[in-house]
Structure formats: C-alpha cells, structure tokens
Ligand binder design. Structure first.
Ligand SMILES: NC(=O)c1ccc[n+]([C@@H]2O[C@H](COP(=O)([O-])OP(=O)(O)OC[C@H]3O[C@@H](n4cnc5c(N)ncnc54)[C@H](OP(=O)(O)O)[C@@H]3O)[C@@H](O)[C@H]2O)c1
Length: 260
C-alpha cells in the first residue's frame, strides 16, 4: 500500500482566522484538509489556494458539534489515504451577555466546540504527529488570561485552551511534537456578529488582521513556541492579570458591559 500523504487539518477554515491560516500553511507548502460546516465557502477557499499555484486543499463539510465528528475526521483521513502532520484547532465562537440570561444550551455547545472538540483533535492524532515531527496549533485568545464578565463562559473556554495547550506543549516536547496556543486580541471577522458583540466593545487599536495573526501563529508553531500573542498591546493586556489584583481585573472587564 502507498504511504499516506501528510496533511495539516484546519478546523473553522470557511471564514476569518481559519481562512488566513489555510493561506499561510498552503503558501508554506503544506497540503491541507479544511473542515467547517459550510461546504460552498470551504470549496471557495480551496479553489483560491489552488488558483495561486498551491496544491488544492481537500475539504470536509462537517458539524464539529456532532459527538462523532472527530471520529468522522479520522475515518475520512483513513479513507482518503491521508496522515495528519499538523492539527490546527481554530473553530470556535463566543457569546456576549450575562451568563445567567444567555441561552444555557448554546453556552454548553460553545464549551463543547471550544474545549471538548479541541481536546479530542489535539489527542487523537498524536502518534501520527510524533512520527512526522509535526505539531498542534490551538487558537485560544487574550481572553484566556482573565475572567470576562459579559463573556464569562467564552473566557473560561479560552483559559482552558491556554492551560491545556501549555501543559501539552511540555508533555509532547520529548516526542518532537510542537504545541502552540495562539492568543489573538480582537480580529475583525464573523466572530463579532456571531457573538452579538456591540460596536466599540474593544478599542480598535487592539485589532490585528487575520493575516497577521495567522502568520505569527504559524511562525510561532514552527519555532516551537508555547504561546503566541500578536501585538504589543495585547501582550501587555495578557500580562495585567499577573500584576493587578483579581478584583480590579474583574472591575476593568465589567466596564465593557457599560453598566456603570
Ligand atoms: N475574531 C476575534 O476577535 C478572535 C479573537 C481571539 C480569538 N478568536 C478565536 O479564533 C477562532 C476563529 O474565530 P474567527 O474570528 O475566525 O471567527 P469566524 O469568522 O466566526 O469563524 C469561525 C469558524 O469556525 C467554524 N465553526 C463554527 N462552528 C462550527 C461547527 N459547529 N462545526 C464546524 N465548524 C464550525 C466556522 O465555519 P462554519 O460556520 O462554516 O461551520 C468558521 O469557519 C475562534 O476559536 C475564536 O474564538 C477570535
């Protein structure tokens, strides 16, 4: 039987940061398997990459919220003769509002996608990632460094991603598997509309383009960095919870809700 072809799996590759990550990985010579729900958008991203002279990415239209989604990715890889070298866990969403009034089921679905699916896909392919000296890029957020009244469960999911990825970075180092948590500040994507985020929720100066975030994430992963935070202002923001009392951080974060 022929050797399996190596691929990078990128979840959430139909929009935003995931599209930018697909572009960066393709431009650096990686073959891709792009995963998200919207097939038409995935195909458009794959065609645009092919039009630039890169190998055409494979696409898999899949709802990662389905409990068997990670197993289906694994089965698809086997059926298509592909072996993962890198896994990019990017799919995720946020919700703005008081946790007690936001839809509870939707918040649980967010925890499921942002944390459980990411964990499953981080662990499922480790033997292949180790064999092919690859790695895992987990998209967290600056939100992962502090509690966030107004986005309570979202911040908590990203705190999980930072903590889990840092520990996995240490555990998998001896096996030659790189693990990086990419922690962007605000990036203008479909994220804001999906989250129900009002205009002016973040100072615009903190925003970075999806392209820049993806490039810095890619470079950080390849260099074996544990954490990548694009932008000096975002790095300072991530540092504040280590310097200020927790109560003050909660007070500052609550200002976003404009409740006085
Ligand atoms: N934008 C920001 O300000 C920001 C800042 C920090 C961190 N992040 C993180 O960056 C990551 C990407 O966000 P983004 O800003 O690029 O948001 P986005 O533009 O809304 O893109 C989200 C991606 O996730 C996919 N997705 C969502 N639910 C899915 C599901 N059930 N199954 C499969 N795919 C699903 C979406 O594809 P389909 O709809 O086609 O399924 C889409 O491709 C997220 O983890 C987010 O938390 C974003």
């Amino acid at each position: 039987m022929a050797d399996p072809k190596l691929v990078t799996i990128i979840t959430g590759a139909s929009a935003g940061i995931g599209v930018a990550l697909a572009d960066v990985f393709a431009d650096r010579g990686h073959s891709l398997l792009l995963v998200a729900r919207r097939a038409a958008q995935l195909k458009a991203v794959a065609s645009a990459i092919e039009a630039r002279g890169r190998p055409q990415p494979q696409v898999l239209a899949l709802d990662l919220a389905q409990p068997d989604a990670p197993a289906r990715i694994e089965a698809e890889l086997r059926a298509r003769g592909l072996a993962p070298q890198f896994v990019v866990n990017n799919a995720g969403f946020g919700m703005v509002g008081h946790a007690a009034t936001l839809d509870r089921g939707e918040q649980l679905a967010m925890i499921d996608l942002n944390a459980r699916v990411l964990t499953d896909l981080s662990l499922r392919f480790v033997p292949s990632l180790a064999e092919h000296k690859g790695g895992i890029l987990n998209v967290a957020s600056v939100a992962g460094f502090m509690p966030g009244p107004g986005m309570a469960a979202y911040h908590a999911t990203k705190a999980y991603v930072v903590s889990f990825s840092e520990a996995l970075h240490r555990e998998l180092k001896p096996r030659g598997v790189r693990v990086t948590a990419l922690c962007p500040g605000p990036v203008d994507t479909e994220f804001q509309a999906r989250a129900g985020m009002p205009d002016g929720y973040f100072p615009r100066s903190f925003s970075r383009s999806a392209d820049r975030v993806a490039r810095e994430g890619y470079d950080g992963l390849m260099r074996g960095r544990r954490i990548v935070i694009p932008g000096t202002d975002n790095r300072v923001t991530a540092l504040l919870p280590r310097l200020l009392p927790r109560g003050m951080i909660l007070w500052i974060m609550r200002l976003r809700l404009r409740e006085g």
